[in-house]
Design a protein around this ligand. Sequence first.
Ligand SMILES: [Zn+2]
Length: 259
Amino acid sequence: MQSLDPVRSVQSAWLDERMTDWSTLSDVCGSAEHVPGLLARFEADPSGVSSELVDHLCPQLDTAFTASFAALPRLAEIATAGSREALGWVLLAAGAIAACSPGLSEPDSPLTVFSAPIAVLRDLTDRRLSQTAEAGEYVNLLQALLSFEGVEIWDRCLDGLETGEYEVDCPYCGVDVFVVIGQEDFFCCTEDYALRDVQKSPLQPSRMQELEGLPQRLFTRAMADGQEGFAHGVRYLFGRAACPDCGTDFSVAERVAAG
Ligand SMILES: [Zn+2]
C-alpha cells in the first residue's frame, strides 16, 4: 500500500465525513445516525469512550458494520491529531474494524474504498510499533498493521505468541493438540499441561534460511524492534510439530490457519 500525504488524507477524511449520510448506514444497534456524536465523544475522552465505541462499531472485535468502515476516515483524523494515549485506542479499534473487512480481492472492499485513511493508520501503526516495548501491545499493533495491509489470518492469529499457546487439531487423527510456544518451553501435548505432567512432543522450529515471505518479515521486524521472544516464537509458529497420539508430522501454522 502506498504512503499518502497525511495532511491531504486527513483533509479528505474531513470532507468524507461531512458527505457521509450516516442515517443510511448501520452499526450494532441499527441506524448509525448517532455515530458522529460517538466519534466526537471518543476524540474528547479516548480511554473513557473506547469500549463504547468498540461495542458499537466492532463488538467482540470480530464484527463490523457499514458505519464501522465509514468511521475509518474520522478515526485516521483522530489518530493524526490526538495524544499518544488516544493513538493507542484508535489503532486498536481501527485495526479490529479493518480485520473484519472483506479482502482486497473482493469488489468494493472497504480496504480499497477507504485506502487513503487506512494508509495513514498503517503508517502511524508502523511508527508506533518500533516504539512499543510491552509484548501484548506489540502483538496487537502488529496485527493491526497486517489488518491495514489486508493480510488475512495472521492479522488475528499472532496473539497465541503472546499467550504462549495455540489449540489446533491433528490433520490425521483429529485429536485436539495444545501447541505451547512459551518463553522457555516449546512442545505439544493432548492433555491439559497446566494441571499435571503430560506426555510432551517436541516442536521443530523453522530454520532461519527456511523463513520466507510473511514469516521472514515478522521475524526480521520483531528482531529490529527488540522483540526477540516474539521473533523466536515466529520460528516455532511457522515450524513443525508431531501429533503426540498418532505421530503425524504437521505444519503448526497450517493447522492454526485451518482452525
Ligand atoms: Zn494425530
